[in-house]
Design a binder for this molecule. Structure first.
Ligand code: GAL
Length: 809
């Protein structure tokens, strides 16, 4: 038998307890009702004290005896409790766990009381215990407390399938050798003859290989069954076609014992001195580091939000990889990465500090083991990070983590992210955080400089704190952040020495006082905390070819630029060319800037001429003089008022004099064609072309209107094993759908009875936008989210909630 009971709804919860009172807590009068994923305290968006969530709390749930009735073992499984916990069952301490990022299971059956409700109490300690990685010193992120990943009860027979590792490798005939290592749990130490029926299927249940394997069980708690076979004609797990398969394992004795399914993919990964190879093909790894945090609720987000982050990276940003900095992510996130073809750098929890205590280091070893055991079958995982992020060398510890990782999974390379050059390389790949780019210098150090040798080399962080950029910063700063990412990517694409570069970071994130901008946020993301893009996001998005991208990095409003001169307009695009029209008049065609960014698949386009032939056509200059004036004006646009050198000034002066015009006439000419100062009629149309077809078009007109756009990421939610969420974005836009960056209007959010708002109901737009999440409450039907504003009135979004049948205690 195998039965899963999802235990996510209706826990009783008391915050901030003294654990010595655990058996005398006034549950009935003091507890609130919560669902899991749960954050121990909802937090403000910023400007809070990180000690706000660092307390102990208690969760309680009653489980009816019937759930345990037929089982021989009842495994209570927690996917993630931050940062440590003790589990009591019927008032007996039955287990504890000391890693907030990895699952654990406790067999409850020995303590089950017949014929009555059975009580689980979990005491969660969210403090930064220096004996638990990553703690012991300051950490640049927050580790929000609570039972923040799902909980379930798994009811099994006396012998059951504990885990399986599926390792595949192509042979010379293009067949795939499949090597299985299946662990059978035998806690009651039986010795018997069993049958293991294994079936390898595609996701449509088409069987590709099936065979029985005889198992002779000896008296061990866990017995590993190794088995090999070969299959042919399977599809590989590729980035653009991530084929998945499953291994179904039936275990039986005289009666059926257990059935489990493990999903996996056929693929090889290899790091070589000249790059990274997926299935033998070179892939330049381009991605971002992801922290798993969200505004207000910290780490506590269910499946759909986790999955959406993966989709956002793959489909909106065009990344091919993500680093789960600095800990193993939710399994939901990894599952989605498997499904959509997004490679994952998975790593153990840690940040710069290595605890010298044997217990701290033992826990790090346990984390290596826990991470690999949980995630070994995810085809998306391409490397194990087995060092504490940015820690110094530690020969004994890292020798041990590498040995363990290779023993548990000989198929994947190890890496260990460091910020020091020429350190002892015990891993397969030298993985390095290169923050050397300061804007004007050459981006990225050379591999030889950092690693001291020609070894496989991957840049695991860049940019980040070197140029923190808030979504409400000036557009110059937003542009410079984007250009820094673009320069690093250009360098990465241009040199085979770099297997890839993973930027810091995907999102802004809350952090400790020691870091960030004083409001407890590190504004390092290419997206803000609400997952809304800054210009830098378009640098990534524009490198892919799946959909046209054309992001104008500037609002083209005079008053936003010194002396009213907008200068050049940078466009992050994957178009072959861009046509500019001013007041419906064709001005010029612009092409990707291959000189500055020769290696980017799609360099940005720089629009530095808003004049075209207008001076030649409208003004009384000869064609040559008109062209010279146009060129001189373009220089002023790019370099500013004093941009002309002496010779260029003389040229201008000479042309004006020759045409009997004064210097003031020249200034007026500039204001008319470039400055558009007070010009009531300047509006622009920008068209992006691919293969001579216009594939994307944007207009920038007078910004006369302001309205709210309110959108839900998904309008169909499923309340199943736990609640579901969707993000709702609110943007103030003009008639061209351009976000109005200075709209800071307050809004009020109301939700209908079947929904709950996560976070505050009064919000302000920041840089013209904000977002929030709503969750289901277990009511099926049509629900509404209303966004009200005194200026923009009321906007209503309809959501459909499905209440799936679920098994829950
Ligand atoms: C790195 C660190 C990251 C983050 C980043 C900021 O040193 O690994 O976690 O703090 O700096 O740019």
């Amino acid at each position: 038998m195998r039965k899963r009971v999802h235990l996510n709804f209706d826990w009783q919860y008391i915050a901030d307890i003294d654990p010595s009172d655990i058996h005398s807590l006034a549950w009935e009068s003091h507890a609130s009702k919560v669902d899991i994923p749960h954050t121990n305290r909802e937090l403000p968006y910023n400007n809070f004290d990180e000690r706000a969530y660092q307390f102990q709390s208690a969760y309680r749930k009653q489980i009816a005896f019937e759930h345990f009735a037929d089982a021989s073992h009842a495994l209570l499984r927690f996917e993630g409790v931050m940062s440590s916990c003790q589990v009591f069952f019927n008032r007996v301490l039955v287990g504890e766990h000391h890693c907030g990022y990895l699952p654990f299971e406790i067999d409850l059956l020995p303590y089950v009381k017949k014929g009555q409700d059975n009580e689980i109490i979990v005491v969660v300690d969210a403090s930064e215990d220096p004996l638990i990685p990553p703690f012991g010193h300051v950490v640049d992120y927050l580790t929000y407390g609570g039972i923040y990943r799902e909980v379930e009860l798994i009811l099994v027979s006396d012998i059951y399938v504990k885990n399986a590792r599926i390792h595949t490798a192509p042979d010379n005939d293009n067949n795939q050798k499949v090597h299985l290592a299946i662990d059978i749990a035998n806690p009651d130490l039986h010795d018997s003859e069993l049958n293991l029926e294994i079936a390898l299927c595609d996701l449509n249940d088409q069987v590709i290989h099936q065979e029985p394997v005889a198992v002779t069980l000896s008296k061990h708690h866990t017995q590993r069954i190794e088995h090999h076979f070969t299959v042919s004609d399977v599809k590989l797990w590729e980035l653009d076609n991530p084929a998945l398969y499953k291994l179904v394992v039936h275990l039986s004795g005289d009666t059926p014992l257990d059935t489990r399914t493990f999903r996996f993919g056929f693929r090889t990964v290899a790091f070589k001195n000249d790059g990274f190879y997926l299935n033998g093909k070179a892939v330049k790894l381009i991605g971002l580091n992801r922290h798993q945090s969200y505004p207000y609720v910290g780490y506590a987000m269910p499946q759909s939000a986790q999955a959406r982050d993966a989709e956002l990276m793959k489909f909106e940003l065009g990344c091919n990889c993500v680093r789960s900095s600095h800990y193993p992510p939710s399994s939901h996130f990894l599952n989605r990465c498997d499904e959509i073809g997004l490679l994952v750098f998975n790593e153990i929890p840690g940040w710069q500090h290595i605890g010298e205590e044997p217990l701290w280091q033992q826990r790090t070893m346990d984390n290596v083991q826990g991470m690999i055991e949980r995630d070994v079958n995810h085809p998306s995982v391409f490397i194990w990070g087995v060092r504490i992020n940015e820690s110094p060398d530690h020969h004994d510890l890292y020798k041990a983590t590498n040995v363990l990782a290779r023993q548990l999974d000989p198929s994947r390379p190890t890496g260990g992210v460091r910020c020091i050059g020429n350190s002892e390389l015990l891993e397969d790949v030298y993985t390095y955080n290169d923050f050397s780019h300061t804007g004007n210098n050459e981006p990225l150090q050379s591999r030889r400089q950092v690693a001291g040798a020609d070894v496989p080399y991957l840049v695991t962080e860049h940019c980040g704190h070197m140029f923190p950029t808030k979504p409400f910063d000036s557009q110059d700063r937003l542009l410079e952040q984007a250009l820094r990412h673009a320069r690093v990517l250009n360098k990465t694409f241009g040199h085979a020495d770099y297997c890839g570069a993973i930027g810091w970071s995907l999102f802004d994130y809350n952090t400790h006082e020691d870091f960030g901008s004083g409001d407890r946020i590190c504004y390092h993301g290419v997206l803000d905390m609400f997952r809304e893009p800054k210009y830098a996001a378009a640098v990534y998005a524009s490198q892919q070819d799946e959909m046209p991208v054309m992001e104008l990095a500037g609002n083209m409003k005079n008053g936003d630029y010194a002396a009213g001169q907008a200068g050049a307009l940078w466009v992050f695009t994957n178009c072959d060319s861009i046509k500019l029209f001013k007041n419906d008049r064709y001005i010029q065609t612009f092409y990707p800037d291959k000189n500055s960014f020769p290696h980017l698949p799609h360099p940005p386009v720089v629009i530095d001429d808003f004049i075209g032939d207008q001076i030649a056509v409208n003004e009384p200059f000869s064609p040559d003089d008109a062209e010279t004036i146009r060129q001189l004006f373009s220089i002023i646009m790019r370099k500013g008022q004093d941009g002309l050198n002496l010779w260029q000034k003389a040229q201008m002066f000479w042309i004006l004099k020759k045409n009997r015009q004064s210097i003031q006439d020249g200034v007026n000419l500039f204001l008319k064609y470039v400055g558009n100062w007070g010009d009531a009629s300047a509006s622009y149309r920008i068209e992006g072309y691919k293969h001579d077809q216009c594939v994307i078009k944007k207009t920038r007109s007078k910004s006369r209107k302001a309205k709210l756009n309110v959108k839900a990421d998904q309008s169909r939610l499923q309340h199943r094993h736990t609640y579901d969420v969707t993000r709702i974005t609110v943007q103030c836009v003009d008639e061209d759908s351009v976000v109005r960056p200075y709209a800071n209007d307050p809004i009020q959010v109301e939700v209908s009875a079947g929904l709950e708002l996560m976070g505050p109901d009064f919000l302000s737009l920041t840089a013209g936008r904000t977002a929030f999440w709503v969750r289901t409450r277990g009511v099926t039907g049509h629900e509404q989210v209303r966004v009200k504003s005194s200026r923009f009135g009321q906007h209503c979004i309809e959501l459909n909630i499905e209440l799936d049948v679920h098994i829950s205690a």
